[in-house]
Ligand binder design. Structure first.
Ligand code: SF4
Ligand code: SF4
Length: 163
């Protein structure tokens, strides 16, 4: 640091204080940005990655074919899939197999979206819900019945999309 005499220090440090105060003053006259949550829900970004959904085709068939690519790609090892074979009497998905069990450990998930990117059928998607807190650990292991959208398109994704 350069040696400054008394007056030089007063000028330099005084200018720094004034510069900082200018930022404060500028914000004094701007409208507040406080979000009145939960009375008013914030708008999340269009590409926000929140709660997962297992989506359906428009005819109600499950998109998931139990391939486990999402399991392999998940960096947090948060997904568990147990696949089973479709039969002529009971066809659940359009592939050879379907997910008999599907779990996501939401305590491990880091909402990276890799599972959605890896999924070849567009079955798993990350939605916009962000209110996922709970008091019980077991409530944060999402099962297939919790993850599956209740009807085609309920997750907000077009059930007629390709992937
Ligand atoms: S969003 Fe990322 S961490 Fe979460 S389940 Fe998918 S791949 Fe795993
Ligand atoms: S969600 Fe997609 S990637 Fe995961 S098992 Fe089902 S089809 Fe495969």
């Amino acid at each position: 640091m350069r040696n400054r005499n008394g007056w030089q220090r007063v000028v330099v440090e005084g200018a720094a204080i004034l510069k900082g105060m200018a930022v404060t003053l500028r914000h004094l006259f701007r409208p507040p940005v406080t979000v009145q949550y939960p009375e008013r829900r914030p708008r999340v970004a269009g590409r926000y990655k929140g709660r997962h959904w297992l989506t359906l085709y428009a005819d109600g068939t499950e998109r998931c074919v139990g391939c486990e690519l999402c399991v392999i790609v998940c960096p947090s090892q948060a997904i568990y899939v147990k696949a089973a074979e479709n039969t002529p009497e009971r066809r659940v998905s359009r592939g050879e197999r379907y997910a008999e069990e599907f779990q996501i450990n939401m305590l491990r998930c880091i909402f990276c979206g890799f599972c959605e990117e890896a999924c070849p059928t567009g079955a798993i998607v990350l939605g916009r819900d962000f209110e996922l807190a709970d008091y019980r650990r077991e409530a944060l292991i999402y099962t297939k019945s919790m993850l599956q959208e209740p009807y085609p398109g309920a997750s907000g994704r077009d059930p007629n999309r390709e992937v």
